[in-house]
Structures are given as C-alpha cells and as structure tokens.
Design a binder for this molecule. Structure first.
Ligand SMILES: NC(=O)c1ccc[n+]([C@@H]2O[C@H](COP(=O)([O-])OP(=O)(O)OC[C@H]3O[C@@H](n4cnc5c(N)ncnc54)[C@H](O)[C@@H]3O)[C@@H](O)[C@H]2O)c1
Length: 324
C-alpha cells in the first residue's frame, strides 16, 4: 500500500545523533522536505563536519548535548522524534560499552518521555544485530534472534533490544505513535575511515595501498545498503502508521572476501587481501526479509553495490586529498 507523506513543511523534527553518518543524511532528507530539524549530538562518534554544509540554514539547529545526562532545554513542540544516537561500530563495542548501554537505556527513556509530552511520532533506529547470529535466514521481523546476552557485542545488541522493548511498552501503555526500523549494514559518504566497520576499513586500506584485512575465511556474508536507500526507507516508515519493527536494507548478500575484491577493483587499487583473526560472536550471515517493508511501505532499494561503493570511494578520496 503506498504511504502518504505525513511530515514536511511546517513540521518540527528532533533527531538524536544528528551529526552522525546515517542521522546526518536523514537530517538532509527531512530539510529537503521542508521540515524544521533540531539535532542533538555529543560528537562521541559523529562530527560537526557531517552537518557543516547546513551552516546558515535557518530551519536547522544543532545542539551539543549528551542525551544520557538528561535532555537539554528544548522549547516548543516536536511533531516527530527520531532516536538515532548510539555508537554503532564493532570497535565501539569494546571502546564505548558504558556509553552504548546508557544511550540505549537512559537516552531512549528520556526521548520516549518527551515524545509522550509532545504527542510526537517516535522512531527508533534499531539494528539487524537484534537478530544476533541468526539461525533463520533471511531474517523476518517475527524472528526473535540468537543473541549472546553477555558476550562482547551484547552491550549494543541488548541496548537496542531494550530500546525496542521500551518503545513498544510506551506504544501499548501510553498509546504513543511509534516506529522501529531494523537497519541492516549501511554504508556511504560520511562514514569515518577509522570507524572499524568493514566497508570504510577496506576502502581506506585500498586507497592507501595497504592489505585489506578480511576476518576469518571471509566466507561470512552481509547485505549491504547504500545510505540513500536506507534514508528513503526511514522516511517511508516515519510517514506510515506502522508501530513495530520493520527491516530496512537490501537483499544483495555478499561474502566479505568478494566485498574486499570488489572494493580493490572499484578503487583501482593493487592492495592484496590478508586474512586476519575473526572477532568473537561475529555473525555468519545476515540478510533482511523485506516482505513487510514492501507490503507496508512500498519500499524497494535502488542503488546497487557497484554504484554505491563507487560513490563512497569517491567520498573517501576527497577526504584523503583534503588531508594531504
Ligand atoms: N550504519 C549502520 O549500518 C547501522 C546499522 C544498524 C543500526 N544503525 C543505527 O543507526 C544509528 C546511526 O548509526 P551510524 O552508523 O550513523 O552511527 P554514527 O556513530 O555515525 O551516528 C551516531 C551519532 O550519535 C551520536 N551520539 C552517540 N551517543 C550520544 C549521546 N549520548 N548523546 C548525543 N549524541 C550521541 C554520535 O556522536 C553520532 O553522531 C545508530 O543508532 C545505529 O545503532 C546503524
């Protein structure tokens, strides 16, 4: 069923983590629709550079604040709140475990309370990590997952699962208008070269001419989504009346070894590929079942891996040129 646009000119949207990779692209899309956007960020993994192009935009405000220390003063009412703040890279799971747990618990609760006060639509950025190392493939929203509750990834997986539980409790108990997007591996411009996730790491290595470090045998797979496709899905979900989790991603599944080879080719690099030790609890495979996203939102990814990766490589080249 086609979704009719609910949010646009005259609507005020709060985006937590607004200076991050996915959130900053979401901010751009909301502004392009005519919304007024307030972004909160403590820059723990995001950067002012991601929203620097919005300097002088009267419909955009950036507030530096840590969500886990209580919300800063935010006068006026919001029509929608998008909770996207959280460190999200596997390297953050060991570097920032407390920050991840707090933003997914204290931060989520603070924004849910504000959404109730404002009678705002509340959209929470969840993750395919909610499925853990899945025993069902591809993963439909009805699958409860296979998560190690106290392993190295648990700070992230469980904080997102807690956020989902809290979001649904506010929906059931307070009648809050909610939405949950389960995001599958997304890549694109504004990722950090030292972010620790596979795609920025491989691109950075390919452009430097150093070996691409593929974990394990490289046979593990991911479905990779270009950020523009994800943001379209997020806005479709925001516009819809769907309260619960919906997968957003692509069905294009690729092994880590093939991904590394593709990046070497697209970057015109002569870097070799080197197999390194695999991180604990690293999932074997991930692919979204997009049936619900298609049925409820009319969502269809449009950007293929060659095009998306080429655009991302171009962005990383501008970064390395700027630093020379
Ligand atoms: N990129 C992906 O593939 C992916 C996959 C699944 C889920 N997600 C989710 O999407 C959201 C955005 O992810 P991303 O990849 O763009 O990561 P990101 O790190 O670039 O963005 C997150 C932003 O949140 C900010 N932040 C973190 N803690 C905060 C706090 N306590 N107070 C205020 N700001 C805070 C960071 O500084 C950063 O700007 C996250 O919630 C993440 O869990 C992303």
């Amino acid at each position: 069923m086609p979704v009719t646009q609910r949010f646009g000119e005259g609507h005020r949207i709060l985006v937590s983590g607004g200076a991050g990779f996915v959130p900053s692209h979401t901010v751009d899309a909301l502004l392009a629709r005519g919304c007024e956007v307030v972004a909160i960020d403590n820059f723990i993994t995001g950067s002012r550079d991601n929203v620097a192009h919005l300097a002088g935009e009267p419909r955009f405000t950036l507030i530096e604040a840590d969500l886990t220390e209580g919300l800063p003063p935010l006068p006026g009412r919001f029509d929608a709140i998008l909770h996207m703040a959280s460190p999200a890279s596997p390297t953050d799971f060991t570097k920032l475990p407390m920050e991840i747990l707090k933003v997914g618990s204290i931060g989520t609760m603070a924004l849910l309370e504000r959404a109730v006060e404002d009678a705002a639509r509340f959209l929470m950025a969840s993750t395919s990590e909610a499925y853990g190392d899945p025993l069902v493939h591809p993963q439909p929203e009805s699958y409860w997952g296979n998560v190690n509750p106290n392993g190295i990834r648990s700070v992230y997986d469980e904080s997102k699962r807690f956020s989902e539980a809290a979001t649904m409790a506010y929906h059931r108990f307070h009648g809050l208008d909610t939405a949950i997007v389960r995001i599958f591996n997304t890549y694109g411009p504004r990722m950090r070269p030292d972010d620790g996730r596979a795609i920025p790491t491989f691109i950075d290595q390919a452009l430097r001419g150093t070996p691409l470090t593929v974990q394990g045998t490289g046979a593990q797979t991911r479905s990779i989504t270009y950020v523009d496709d994800l943001v379209r899905g997020i806005l479709l979900l925001l516009d819809s009346r769907e309260p619960g989790p919906i997968n957003c991603g692509t069905e294009h599944e690729i092994t880590m070894l093939d991904l590394a080879s593709l990046i070497v080719r697209l970057a015109g690099s002569d870097s070799p590929i080197e197999l390194v030790e695999r991180a604990p609890d690293d999932p074997e495979k991930r692919r979204p079942d997009l049936t619900l996203a298609r049925q409820k939102l009319g969502y269809e990814p449009q950007v293929g891996p060659e095009e998306g990766l080429s655009r991302t490589i171009d962005y990383f080249r501008t970064l390395s040129n700027a630093s020379q």
